[in-house]
Write a protein that binds this ligand. Structure first.
Ligand SMILES: *Cc1c(COP(=O)(O)O)cnc(C)c1O
Length: 391
């Protein structure tokens, strides 16, 4: 490389990277030599992985692989264009219809990822002069979506319905939108959705629910967090579900009233200005929805594993905040300590991610154990034993 004169730009980045390293915040990737599943090989070593969001163990399921292959034969690999130009294929439409029926909403709209869906929904619904009321622990993509919308942003303490009610009552914004994760991604706890919907109705606000971790896992047949609470479709309710977690593939959808879906199709920029996801994915997801609906045994097994982990650590120093989901955080606090513990587990062949700021608040670094229906009780027992010894 030739440069006319030395630049400080790289020096600045290097210094900041060194700072991340010094504070225990530098991330690194590990390259998998195996497909997604409870057993992972990294650098030739076999590990039991408690890292993935593949909650039902579908990412490498033979039925999905077969459906993907058949989808590629039928539709090819690429969609060739955005949905509004010529990329919207039969496989996408079938999937949207099936998702709408499955979630009980009039219509659904496919997005390429959950992050893109969130970045599309919020700015399409609110802008300058409007107000968004967001839970403090919402996913990063929801936080960014609010910024992108330019709406006034008010963040309420985690799950604090009383504060939210006061904020809504005091607001004179033209349009109001309540924004929440259904299952919080680093804690595994549930948003008080019935109370939030009641507020949305009382204050005539939208309620946008991000069900990335509830879809496929919670509710009858895995229909998601709204089904868990027996909440029916409502005009003010918009639900976003991701398809890269329990559904085992990738993508996302928004389900809502047909007018909302039509508006998003016209106005959500991350829907309009991106290539439609691969028809291979849509084909695999059609098969995935069948397995999710028929997946009660998988969900029961997952519940049993969570109870086994929690019971196994109940009398130790490890604190696991209440979580009825596949996400089981083991609280540690300090960045370096959580790294040390994760490394000690790793040396014993147990791969558990250490989650640090800015993903979680300062001083709340934790191990994020994520369980899947593909884990065995023996694998969870190994993790319990190792954590008991480390405590
Ligand atoms: C993973 C996640 C997303 C992003 O979904 P992708 O499909 O991975 O882009 C959005 N919201 C929450 C709460 C998530 O956990």
């Amino acid at each position: 490389m030739t440069t006319s004169r030395p630049s400080l730009l790289l020096d600045e980045l290097s210094a900041q990277l060194a700072q991340l390293d010094a504070t225990g915040l530098k991330r690194r990737r590990r390259t998998l030599e195996t497909p997604c599943g409870p057993l992972a090989r990294v650098d030739g070593r076999d590990l039991i992985s408690f890292c993935s969001n593949d909650y039902l163990g579908l990412a490498n399921d033979p039925a999905l692989v077969e459906a993907a292959c058949a989808g590629a034969q039928a539709w090819g690999v690429g969609s060739g264009a955005s949905h509004l130009v010529s990329g919207h294929m039969g496989a996408h439409q079938s999937l949207e219809d099936k998702l709408a029926a499955f979630t009980g909403f009039p219509h659904a709209l496919l997005f390429s990822t959950g992050t893109l869906a969130n970045l599309g929904i919020v700015p399409a619904l609110v802008g300058r002069g409007d107000a968004v009321f967001a839970d403090k622990l919402n996913h990063a993509s929801l936080i960014d979506a609010v910024q992108l919308s330019r709406a006034d942003s008010q963040r309420y303490p985690h799950k604090d319905v009383g504060t939210l009610e006061r904020l809504l009552a005091a607001s004179s914004a033209k349009r109001k939108l309540i924004l929440t994760d259904a299952v919080f991604s680093m804690d595994g706890d549930l948003a008080p959705l019935p109370a939030l919907l009641e507020l949305a109705e009382r204050f005539d606000a939208w309620l946008v629910v991000d069900d990335a971790h509830g879809f496929g896992v919670l509710g009858a047949q895995g229909r998601g967090s709204l089904a868990h609470f027996n909440i029916a479709a409502s005009e003010r309710l918009i639900v976003m579900g991701t398809l890269g977690k329990a559904a085992g593939a990738s993508g996302a959808f928004v389900a809502a009233h047909e007018t909302v879906i039509e508006w998003l199709l016209q106005r959500a920029r991350t829907y309009i200005f991106t290539t439609a996801s691969s028809p291979v994915m849509a084909s695999a997801l059609l098969a995935s929805l069948d397995l999710i609906a028929a997946g009660d045994a998988r969900r029961q097994h997952l519940k049993r594993l969570a109870a086994q982990l929690r019971d196994g650590l109940a009398d130790t120093r490890w604190r696991l905040p209440p979580s009825p989901t596949a996400i089981q955080p083991v609280m540690v606090g300090d960045n370096f300590e959580v790294l040390r513990i994760a490394e000690a587990l790793y040396q014993q062949g147990l791969w558990v991610p250490a989650i640090r700021p800015p993903t979680v608040a300062k001083g709340t670094a934790r191990l994020r154990v994520s369980l899947t229906a593909a884990h065995s009780a023996a694998q969870v027992e190994k993790l319990v034993d190792a954590l008991r010894k480390l405590a």
